[in-house]
Ligand binder design. Structure first.
Ligand SMILES: NC(=O)C1=CN([C@@H]2O[C@H](COP(=O)(O)OP(=O)(O)OC[C@H]3O[C@@H](n4cnc5c(N)ncnc54)[C@H](O)[C@@H]3O)[C@@H](O)[C@H]2O)C=CC1
Ligand SMILES: N[C@@H](CC=O)C(=O)O
Ligand code: NA
Length: 447
């Protein structure tokens, strides 16, 4: 690549980069920084110098990371004061938060992949970036390699985003996909996702939906110019999704996916606000999200003028995530060379966060009921009483293998209803004398 068109106003002074963490993502970042040094220099207009890598233990064998071993240090506090750009891929809340605050106070810009920290305490970090006049970029934190935050922040800055619907966790998509296509077990596929570098340090964050909730909070904050924290997001993970749920979805020609849904909507009391939820849901096999396989991610965005947009790509793994980190690093380094900074947080709209009871979707409900006349009418009445309209009902009879007792299994799919109305229906069904068991309740999205 030619370097002739770029001049460096800083002379030959390199841009100093400190890397915090050398795990799955960090080791890929370090390798790419070294292997792409010439291209990065040409694209930035200045050389990049890796000045140190903070690790927990210096003596460990890291022969796969092609850097001078003298760069490894356990003194992250000191390292962050010696850099123009600090790349944080340690993860977790502390000490990452303190290190990033110290880095920015010392004048360094920050690139991070840490969605957990940003969804927990983003405003403190954005304020520190503003106070120091530095950049805080985090494209890698949501949907790995997919460029989604910059398009939301910059390309769609003139539009009104109304909805963001996506698969934003690679681990859970990998697990659900394998359960659907190979019938593989839950624990076994989570272990595979860990071995492939997709899972968080504690995979509970993936399986229970905390990671997707953090990403949903970041997407909703950008989409609606409103501060949304991870804790504001209604969250259900995939640990309760059974092989029977997946089979039930198959029977309807649907698949089960963990979805993040951010909507600009109006609550039942007329309040206009933001609804953000993460939960497993059935979607029709004909829906584009149904074809998102393996650890891939996809994000649909609906905006007033742009209409529908779809972003698709690798959502997890060392190299895809490191590429997103490097993209941010180049952007920040260009700002340093040009003597400016990029756009920061935009939270001016400050919309209320609506209760999940206000969100509206369709539901798939499986019930075991007594097999006698009048039962269907009583079940239908429970729906009518709570104002939930039934779209389809399917019934089949199954016989208990030990008691020989015949039971009817009803599968009911509703029209769109509020979560609050559906919860009231399920309570009424559970209390009904004709219902032996509410076997499962799952939302149906994307109709
Ligand atoms: N693995 C993936 O596919 C993706 C990861 N991320 C995020 O990137 C970050 C890093 O993830 P991974 O590389 O997968 O995790 P990892 O667990 O493989 O790497 C983290 C590394 O940081 C080290 N570390 C922990 N505390 C430290 C400290 N105080 N000082 C120095 N080193 C310390 C750990 O020993 C470990 O080697 C996390 O925030 C994660 O959420 C984001 C997108 C995708
Ligand atoms: N654990 C995460 C990694 C990327 O953000 C995932 O599985 O998506
Ligand atoms: Na991304």
């Amino acid at each position: 690549m030619s370097m002739s068109e770029h001049t460096n106003p800083l002379g030959d002074k390199p841009i100093r980069v400190a890397l915090l963490g050398c795990g799955v993502v960090g080791s890929s970042v370090a390798r790419m920084l070294v292997e792409s040094a010439d291209d990065l220099r040409a694209r930035i207009g200045a050389p990049v110098e890796l000045v140190g890598i903070a690790v927990r233990r210096v003596g460990k064998d890291r022969s796969d990371v092609p850097v001078d071993p003298a760069l490894f240090t356990t003194d992250a506090e000191d390292l962050v004061t010696r850099a123009d750009i600090v790349v944080e891929v340690v993860g977790g809340i502390d000490p990452a938060r303190g290190l990033l605050l110290k880095a920015m106070e010392s004048g360094a810009s920050v690139v991070t992949a840490n969605k957990a920290l940003l969804a927990e305490d983003g405003p403190t970090l954005y304020a520190a970036a503003d106070a120091a006049g530095v950049d805080l970029y985090y494209e890698a934190a949501v949907a790995g390699a997919i460029p989604i935050l910059r398009p939301m922040r910059e390309s769609l800055a003139g539009d009104d985003v109304t909805k963001v619907l996506g698969i934003v966790n690679g681990t859970t998509n990998f697990v659900l996909d394998k359960m659907d296509t190979t019938g593989a077990g839950f624990e076994e596929t989570v272990a595979q996702a860990q071995a492939l570098g997709y899972a968080e340090a504690d995979p509970t964050a993936d399986v229970e939906g905390f990671d997707a909730a953090a990403k949903a909070a970041l997407l909703a904050s950008l989409a609606f110019h409103t501060r949304v924290k991870g804790a504001d997001v209604f969250r259900e993970g995939i640990s309760d999704v059974t092989a029977a749920d997946i089979a039930a979805a198959k029977a309807m020609d649907h698949v089960v996916k963990l979805l993040a849904i951010c909507e600009r909507t109006t609550g039942q009391n007329g309040t206009s606000g933001v609804s953000v939820r993460v939960h497993p849901a059935m979607i029709a096999r004909t829906h584009p999200l149904a074809s998102v396989r393996d650890a891939y991610n996809a994000v649909f965005v609906e905006a007033s003028a742009a209409g529908q947009l779809m972003f698709y790509g690798r959502g997890a793994g060392g190299d895809p995530t490191a590429l997103a980190v490097l993209g941010d690093l180049v952007a920040v380094a260009r700002h340093i060379v040009a003597g400016g900074r990029g756009p920061g947080e935009s939270a001016y709209a400050d919309l209320p966060i609506l209760d999940v009871g206000d969100s509206v979707t369709r539901y798939h409900i499986s019930l075991d009921v007594e097999d006698r006349p009048g039962v269907l009418a009583q079940v239908a009445q429970a729906f009518a009483d709570t104002g939930v309209s039934i779209e389809t009902v399917r019934q089949h009879i199954r016989t208990n293998s030990s008691s020989g007792e015949a039971r009817a299994n009803l599968v009911i799919v509703t029209h769109a209803a509020t979560e609050a109305a559906l919860a009231a229906t399920v309570d009424a069904l559970a209390a009904s004398e004709v219902v032996a068991e509410v076997v499962s309740v799952m939302r149906v999205e994307g109709a």
